[in-house]
Ligand binder design. Structure first.
Ligand SMILES: [Zn+2]
Ligand SMILES: [Zn+2]
Length: 322
């Protein structure tokens, strides 16, 4: 370790052997010790480590752990604290000027400001959204009409292009083309990353050690991808019937299938869907409300009802219609 004499300005004094400044005689200040810049290390010959120095409270001189009395003033060791260890500052590297070093701190400060602003804005938006959804008012309405719509999907067996990892390809696939593709990535060890760590011994010297960690690189894992043709059912068209009023009652649309069976081009009936709506007449506007079959029957035309209306958006909460 080195130290600078603040009394006479002599720099790079040796922490181990210069317990007093050889120029002016001022005692070494152990808090001013620092790690030598690269290339200016001084090897300590025959160094025996006995422990961290103690600092004489009377004259501030750092003394070897082995010394029972201060080498400068003769003060006994009893009751004197050990010197504080110095952290390895990157002093070996030429540091940027103070202003430049401060700059990133202020940037991160303003970044933090933006972050706070953004989270406050987010909270306000969330609150507005909650209000828009949950702030409702009971409104008197009348039922002004009924409408219904019934759909039947028509599915067709057809040759369809598809792909899958070959290990999970369906057994009835045909016209298969294989290709080697990246399926995932894995981390593989890629050597060691080492750097030298310097530690203050506290007696005016320091020691170095290597700290290493394993580096990893991402490596693609390949697998066989299969592109194939397969005969599968799929929705090809939808038949629809719709009407207004409860009577005549809703009916399913007629479905004409070109060919039945499971041949290529054969058709079958798929999913059925029904949408029942009532027209709700309010004091300021009307809404179309989707309801279940029981309510669609019960809520007759002209019946007085109540519905919750969202104050912010003006939309009716149809599930509250009664
Ligand atoms: Zn000096
Ligand atoms: Zn002393």
């Amino acid at each position: 370790m080195l130290w600078d004499c603040s009394s006479c300005g002599t720099n790079k004094l040796l922490g181990k052997s210069h317990r007093r400044c050889p120029h002016c005689g001022a005692p070494q200040d152990p808090t001013k010790r620092y790690f030598p810049p690269a290339g200016e290390e001084v090897p300590v010959e025959g160094h025996v480590y006995v422990g961290v120095d103690w600092r004489c409270a009377a004259c501030e001189t750092p003394n070897s752990k082995a010394a029972d009395f201060c080498v400068n003033c003769g003060n006994p060791r009893e009751g004197n604290a050990a010197v504080k260890l110095v952290d390895d500052q990157p002093a070996a590297r030429p540091g940027p000027p103070a202003a430049a070093r401060l700059a990133p701190t202020s940037t991160s400060g303003s970044k933090k400001g933006w972050l706070v602003l953004a989270s406050v804005l987010g909270a306000v938006l969330l609150l507005a959204l909650v209000v828009a959804i949950f702030w409702t008012r009971d409104t008197a309405v009348t039922i002004a009409g009924h409408a219904w719509q019934r759909d039947i999907d028509v599915e067709q067996m057809a040759a369809r292009a598809d792909s899958a990892w070959c290990s999970s390809m369906p057994g009835d696939a045909y016209s298969v083309r294989r290709s080697r593709e990246v399926r995932s990535h894995r981390d593989v060890p890629d050597g060691q990353e080492c750097h030298t760590v310097r530690r203050d011994n506290g007696d005016g010297t320091y020691s170095t050690s290597q700290e290493c960690s394993t580096k990893y690189r991402s490596e693609p894992v390949y697998d066989d991808k299969c592109y194939f043709t397969i005969n599968r059912w799929g929705v090809s068209r939808t038949e629809r019937a719709q009407g207004v009023g409860v009577s005549p009652a809703p009916t399913w649309p007629p479905v004409r299938l070109s060919r039945t069976g499971s041949c290529l081009g054969c058709e079958r009936e798929g999913a059925r869907r029904e949408v029942l709506t009532v027209k709700v007449h309010g004091p300021k506007r009307d809404w179309d409300c989707e309801v279940d079959a029981a309510r669609w029957q019960r809520l007759a035309d002209g019946v007085a009802a109540k519905v919750k209306v969202r104050v912010v958006t003006g939309g009716a909460v149809c599930s509250s219609l009664r």
